[in-house]
Design a protein. Structure first.
Length: 128
């Protein structure tokens, strides 16, 4: 059984994706950035603040699917300036996931869809 979870942005139907997809006990959260409800980027030039906002957006998607951050088993972190920002991003990720400790990867990418975006995070969760 599949459940698509939407954030309500105009881009989901245009691009053809869902904020998250729940299949059985597994939830896959799409790449999530530091976007506020009004579409603006939270924490311009602040990788720590952007990571915290992306994690808050992931938490909301998980809640819509009946899960919590504690169900996250894996994150993937995409970073535009890894040498400069990895510690700030790591501290923010640790503040959210330190007690959960999912498997994770942090990878540098050349850019994200908006030049003000410094970090994008995917998450996979499993309901026990």
């Amino acid at each position: 059984m599949r459940q698509n979870i939407s954030s309500g942005t105009k881009w989901e139907p245009i691009v053809g994706y869902s904020r998250a997809v729940k299949v059985g006990a597994t939830i896959y959260v799409s790449g999530t950035t530091a976007t506020a409800d009004d579409g603006t980027i939270v924490g311009k030039n602040d990788a720590h603040a952007q990571t915290l906002q992306a994690c808050a957006n992931i938490r909301r998607a998980l809640e819509q699917a009946g899960a919590t951050l504690e169900h996250v088993v894996r994150t993937r972190i995409y970073v535009t300036h890894i040498i400069r920002d990895w510690e700030a991003i790591g501290r923010a990720h640790g503040a959210v996931f330190g007690g959960i400790r999912p498997a994770t990867a942090m990878v540098e990418v050349s850019r994200l869809i908006d030049p003000d975006m410094l970090v994008e995070i995917e998450a996979d969760a499993v309901l026990s």
